[in-house]
Design a protein around this ligand. Structure first.
Ligand code: C2E
Ligand code: MG
Ligand code: MG
Ligand code: MG
Length: 286
């Protein structure tokens, strides 16, 4: 009986592993042509101030519509692109597309908001990244104030001295930076204090259950206090309900981002729904 179970288990694992690697191969091949075929686009997710109710920025999130595979989520293809090295070209495309979009809005006479772009580890390791970013902004004549760069806590803490050097370069260029998925990594407080970043993005895993789980509520509250002490602002990610919004307002979180306000949406929809409307998008006390 034991042998039988063992054999079944073996067969099960190989089939599953086979399926995973086949999918990875198919994705990898499709990814190879994706840039050339212009299969990528950016969606924009608004960020709202809990104090004023107004839009303060947006996060640019990559979308891939593959000819063969249809929509593939970044959670699935970004790790593959990181492994293959394609992330450098894709990451540069994201920066360039953001700058192009900002230039277009400016030319249309629309005042944009600051757009946050996610950086991957490989990009962050390129020593002349600040020069590359500056060249792109320059090429599109977009003021640095309209760009923000997000670095996950995990990436930021891998080599803290390198992080400080790069973040200082961005600061000198007038480009804002933020620490993404904060609370899930291993920041040493002494380094965090030396990181010249503007905001901490509270990871959505803590926001998700904060209204029912006291531990998560305490973690979110502690991150907010920490940020206040360090002179940084806070934005909560993954806000989906009014209850979460109200609790975040009450404990002093500055800004929010999440489905409660809007899902990430295409540029045109974002322009019409958020950039051209000079309204308050929420009032916490409603
Ligand atoms: P992230 O940077 O932490 O982005 C936030 C993710 O949470 C996005 O998923 C967003 O759509 C999702 N989200 C926003 N609000 C809510 C909410 O209320 N509820 C829930 N459940 N989810 C929400 P997305 O777009 O699938 O991206 C996943 C991850 O892929 C990103 O996490 C980021 O790490 C990576 N990524 C996306 N675009 C890029 C990019 O251009 N470059 C790089 N290097 N990574 C990217
Ligand atoms: Mg992000
Ligand atoms: Mg995040
Ligand atoms: Mg994330």
């Amino acid at each position: 009986h034991a042998k039988h179970t063992g054999r079944n288990r073996y067969a099960f694992f190989t089939e599953e592993m086979q399926a995973i690697s086949t999918r990875a191969l198919t994705l990898g091949n499709a990814l190879h042509d994706a840039l050339e075929r212009q299969e990528f686009s950016l969606h924009y997710q608004p960020q709202i101030s809990l104090i004023t109710g107004k839009i303060i920025g947006a996060e640019a999130l990559i979308r891939w519509h593959s000819l063969e595979l249809g929509h593939v989520s970044p959670g699935e293809f970004i790790p593959l692109a990181e492994e293959s090295g394609q992330i450098l070209a894709i990451g540069e495309w994201v920066l360039r597309e953001t700058a192009r979009q900002l230039k277009q809005w400016l030319e249309e006479g629309i005042t944009p908001v600051r757009i946050a772009v996610n950086l991957s580890y490989a990009q962050f390791q390129v020593n002349d990244l600040p020069a590359i970013v500056a060249a792109i902004l320059n090429e599109y004549a977009v003021p640095a104030q309209y760009l923000e760069l997000e670095l996950t806590e995990r990436i930021a803490t891998k080599d803290p001295e390198h992080t400080i050097t790069i973040l200082e370069s961005f600061q000198q260029l007038g480009i804002h930076t933020s620490i993404d998925d904060f609370g899930t990594g291993y920041s040493s407080l002494s380094y965090l204090q030396r990181f010249p970043v503007y905001k901490l993005k509270i990871d959505q895993s803590f926001v998700r259950n904060m209204t029912t789980n006291t531990n998560d509520q305490v973690i979110v509250g502690t991150i907010i206090l920490l940020a206040q002490q360090l002179g940084m602002t806070t934005i909560a990610e993954g806000v989906e309900t009014k209850a979460q919004l109200e609790m975040l307002y009450n404990i002093g979180c500055d800004d929010i981002q999440g489905y409660y306000i809007s899902r990430p949406i295409p540029a045109e929809e974002f322009k019409i729904g958020f950039l051209q409307k000079k309204q308050r998008f929420l009032v916490a006390q409603d």
